[in-house]
Design a protein around this ligand. Structure first.
Ligand SMILES: Nc1ncnc2c1ncn2[C@@H]1O[C@H](COP(=O)(O)OP(=O)(O)OP(=O)(O)O)[C@@H](O)[C@H]1O
Ligand SMILES: [Mg+2]
Length: 354
């Protein structure tokens, strides 16, 4: 069902992403690792899950999906991988010996062994083509050095293991995309796929098809797309509220916007956490709601907070673009990426304290 709220797992439920599925599969088959990026609710997890399933079904891969939300260190990562291998009974040809035992319940870790060594042993012992999807990879930021060491080791030792990463553009994701010269992934950065919103035509088609599937007549497709744009998560949520839960049009739209605002506000506050010049970012967001050219943005920001240095403004804009809050258009113009982000009152966030 197109309007199902869980991340999609089956290609038949994944609307409008054929080219993206093909791209990631091709990268993985040719031995590259892949980072799937993009703003909140754009369909990263769905794409990752569908690709893993396609690789398993059509290309003889084994594979697992791991969500790293709440995972802080490599111990937890290792335990999650072991648990997932045992749970999903992936029949892997493993040559493990030192840090592991294989019992009736599957793989077990010996006592008092180090997570780094054990991860390396486990991953390098895999004899099958194996894909691991690591979602929300930014969560591993605290363990990033050891994590990169493990990845670097596996990358050079076991070409059968391929990673697909996803997450927001901070911490590890950023290092994966731009590995510094001291990183073990330097010179072999993963391929990057940045998921984009659907264009208007696709968005309308998505809503029509979803409604049709549920036998619901709906003729306000244009209005919805105008409000929610091509962010598939918001379109799905609206579709679900309207056609599955059967709320009225206004209520479904309002709930979608409320929910969206909550998610995007949290996301933005999270982004601000490690920034020293929070007020600048908030001023930029409020300004880019109304103007789009560099000159006007600078003027707008200065009206809000006084003189700013060009370089500092440039860096802040770049960070906002990298984190998918703002998009940079071809002619060097900037705009807010998601219509829901436009509904947030950023000066109010500042007033309330961030
Ligand atoms: N191509 C698609 N076709 C149909 N539904 C989709 C598609 N992509 C995503 N969805 C739906 O949109 C919602 C968000 O998708 P998903 O969780 O994959 O996005 P995400 O980018 O991982 O979000 P988050 O940033 O919250 O992790 C889910 O309800 C999912 O079912
Ligand atoms: Mg996700």
């Amino acid at each position: 069902m197109l309007f199902g709220l869980y991340p999609k797992e089956d290609r038949r439920e994944l609307f409008g992403r054929d080219a993206e599925v093909e791209y990631v599969i091709r990268q993985v088959l040719s031995g590259n690792w892949v980072v799937i990026g993009g703003q909140r609710e754009i369909g990263k997890t769905s794409l990752m899950k569908v690709v893993i399933n396609e690789l398993k079904r059509d290309y003889g891969f084994r594979g697992i999906y791991i969500n790293l939300r709440g995972v802080r260190g490599l111990d937890s990562l290792l335990n999650l991988i072991i648990a997932e291998l045992n749970r999903s009974r992936v029949q892997l040809d493993l040559r493990i010996s030192v840090n592991f035992m294989v019992g009736s319940a599957g793989i077990e870790l010996r006592r008092n062994v180090k997570a780094t060594n054990s991860l390396i042993e486990l991953l390098n012992s895999i004899q099958d083509n194996f894909v691991i999807g690591l979602d929300e990879v930014q969560e591993l930021s605290k363990a990033s050095r050891q994590f990169l060491d493990v990845l670097g080791n596996v990358f050079s030792s076991n070409p059968r293991v391929r990673f697909i990463f996803s997450g927001s553009y901070i911490g590890v994701t950023k290092i994966l995309i731009n590995p510094s010269s001291s990183s073990p992934l330097h010179g072999r950065p993963p391929a990057v796929l940045n998921l984009k919103p659907f264009n208007d035509e696709l968005s309308r088609e998505f809503l029509r098809r979803g409604m049709e599937e549920l036998g619901v007549e709906f003729n306000r497709v244009n209005e919805v797309v105008e409000r929610l744009d091509g962010i598939v998560g918001w379109l799905t949520l609206f579709g679900n509220l309207y056609a599955v839960r059967r709320l009225g049009y206004e209520e479904a739209l309002k709930l979608t916007l409320d929910e969206g605002r909550k998610i995007m506000m949290d996301e933005f506050k999270h982004f601000l956490e490690n920034k020293s010049n929070k007020q600048l970012y908030l001023a930029i967001m409020d300004t880019v709601k109304v103007v789009n050219r560099w000159r006007d943005i600078k003027r707008g920001v200065e009206i809000r907070m006084g003189k700013v240095d060009d370089k500092e403004l440039g860096l802040a804009l770049e960070a906002l673009v990298n984190s998918n809050f703002i998009v940079k258009k071809e002619r060097g113009e900037y705009s807010i990426a998601d219509p829901i982000l436009k509904e947030i009152d950023y000066s109010n966030i500042w007033a309330k304290g961030v």
